[in-house]
Design a protein around this ligand. Sequence first.
Ligand code: PXP
Length: 235
Amino acid sequence: MLRLGVNIDHVATIRNARGGEHPDPVRAAQMAAAAGADGITAHLREDRRHITDDDIARLIDATGLPLNLEMAATPEMLGIALTHRPPAVCIVPERREERTTEGGLDAAGQHNSLAPFVARLRDAGIRVSLFIAPDIRQLEAAARLGAPVVELHTGPYAHGGDGELERLQAAAAHALGLGLEVHAGHGLTTANVGPVAAIPGLAELNIGHFIVGEAVFIGLDAAVRAMRAAMDEGS
Ligand code: PXP
């Protein structure tokens, strides 16, 4: 069954708006687990604008679910990943001035800098995924890098781009042919997740902003369940 990874970054965004401890993203992760999430995802950014180092330390054992740590390929983040050893790491590109992750990782152009990074994480027993555009060149680069998983960037699809669903479908099929496990995420909502969930062979979706936003209106438990239902309806 297609797994749902719930990204709890934006619970931390709300907390950080006042600088205190409430709302606690760890409590959100526990509620997401109780509501049927299959994993928890959190992005430790260089500027710590939402999730903090302390959150990562607390999230590791908080839910009984695997933590998927999203991070940039920097020496600092590698050290943090090797200290905490989450079950999974997703390598994302990061620019300080962006509001959210804007593009996919250039796995093809950055082979030489990414290769030792992927190797160190793999050697530590961490499942490595690369967040990339649904692009054949990037998929083949990910396979050459020895990453067992790719996460396809669904942002352009979510923004209604022409032909983007077909790009995701073709990329997923190609990735499966290369022996890669295929995940997807970014910008997914209960309204647009169905066709993505229906892509054959997809293993996991990582979804955050919509679920946390919707939780304001219907509660986090109901928001996670609604996303699960929309995925199940689509697939
Ligand atoms: N996957 C990756 C790699 C991401 O960087 C993000 C955003 O942090 C997501 C999934 C989740 O995107 P959204 O918050 O739009 O659901």
